[in-house]
Design a protein around this ligand. Structure first.
Ligand code: FAD
Length: 348
């Protein structure tokens, strides 16, 4: 196992503000590690609106959520930040030596001089299917994401949801291929989908060919083996109000992702309506050495805009310098003209 990683700065959240925090720290020669619970950077821009145009990024008349993210990633390339994706930061604890111990859900551990929380509206977690007794089968027979498709091959699958993930995985498991299931039943609460029309058409075609089934209804209960150890079926209440038992080996639920502030609430930070209170000089929290930027923070006049987060990241980086280089006097320099900044940017 990897030992504890020592660093100057940890950024919690790789949304647009976390990414730009890398840039602002980089200009001040502060190296950092950046962590996100999603498997990819971009935060809300990628998770919620990758193809929608944004019109209020200064000097960029129009770019999509994905383009903004790609450009930020390009802009921070010179600083070589280490990304730790697909893991949630669960612990942040101040140590006796003044540093912070940070740990993720995957067990990655850090000792850092400063922490920058750019957690936005929280870490994106799968929306759960709320049915009594179901949670006991999580990760055994009930899954909210597909990590290893081979696990589902040859099984009787029930898939719930009406978006792209539900449709894409239904098609994947119902059709010929290495992961073909024994049977696939898609369940959605209505006969209308949020998924790509082509996938919906393909699903209907497969149903007509008896390669899979589609049922309109909601899961309202479960059936288990006599000893209660195995989930054997789900109770589905249809539009007609009748409840039927649908037998299955494995249940896949795709209700989309919803953000949850989650563990950030437990780190001893002053909060106001689930947002972290910061000053507007350094965007520091009530815990010296922990800063918060972007949608996650609050202060008088706060507006949840990307451009505000960029400004906050710049001032927070300057605010962190005394913790990392106590001796250093930092002067503002322009990227246009400063030979020193050209050197750190690698554009000499
Ligand atoms: P986020 O983008 O929310 O990113 C936070 C990241 O932190 C997430 O990836 C999350 O997974 C991660 N995270 C949280 N907690 C943890 C944890 N404990 N461990 C690990 N990772 C964690 N703004 C504009 O300025 N202009 C617009 O035109 C605009 N259009 C929008 C359109 C839509 C549909 C939406 C939903 C928002 C729009 N916004 C717009 C708002 C903008 O997207 C947000 O202000 C911006 O994304 C905030 O960036 P952020 O980096 O603070 O947080």
């Amino acid at each position: 196992a990897q030992g504890v990683i020592e660093t100057d700065a940890i950024i919690v959240g790789a949304g647009p503000c976390g990414l730009f925090q890398v840039f602002e720290l980089g200009l001040l020669e502060i190296k950092c590690h950046i962590i996100d619970s999603l498997a990819y950077p971009g935060g809300q821009c990628i998770e919620l609106y990758p193809d929608k145009p944004i019109y209020d990024i200064p000097a960029v008349p129009m770019c999509t959520g994905k383009e903004l993210t790609d450009n930020l990633l390009k802009q921070i390339e010179p600083f070589g930040a280490t990304f730790h994706l697909g893991q949630e930061v669960t612990r942040v604890e101040k140590q006796e030596d003044g540093r912070f111990f940070v740990e993720t859900s995957k067990g990655t551990q850090f000792l850092t001089k400063t922490v920058f929380i750019a957690g936005g509206v929280g870490s994106f977690q799968p929306r759960m299917l709320k049915v009594e007794g179901l949670d006991a089968f999580n990760d055994k027979q009930v899954f909210y994401r597909v990590k290893n498709p081979a696990q589902f091959a040859g099984k009787n699958l029930v898939i719930v949801g009406g978006g792209d993930s539900a449709l894409d995985w239904s098609l994947n498991f119902a059709q010929e291929g290495p992961n073909k299931a024994e049977s696939v039943i898609l369940i959605h609460r209505r006969d209308g989908f949020r998924a790509a029309p082509a996938s919906v058409a393909k699903m209907k075609e497969l149903c007509d060919e008896y390669e899979m089934q589609f049922i309109v209804g909601q899961i309202t209960g479960i059936d288990t083996s006599a000893d209660g150890q195995t989930l054997t079926g789900v109770k589905v209440t249809g539009g007609d109000g009748v409840t039927r038992v649908v037998p299955m080996d494995m249940l896949l639920v795709f209700f989309g992702l919803s953000p949850k502030l989650g563990p950030i609430a437990d780190w001893g930070l002053a909060l106001e309506r689930k947002q972290i209170v910061v000053d507007t000089e350094k965007f520091q929290t009530n815990v010296p050495g922990i800063f918060a930027v972007g949608d996650v923070n609050t202060y008088p006049g706060k507006k949840k805009l990307i451009l505000s987060g960029f400004h906050e990241a710049a001032l927070a980086a300057f605010g962190a310098v005394p913790y990392i280089f106590p001796e250093k006097k930092v002067h503002l320099q322009y990227t246009t003209t400063s030979p020193k900044l050209h050197k750190v940017l690698g554009v000499e």
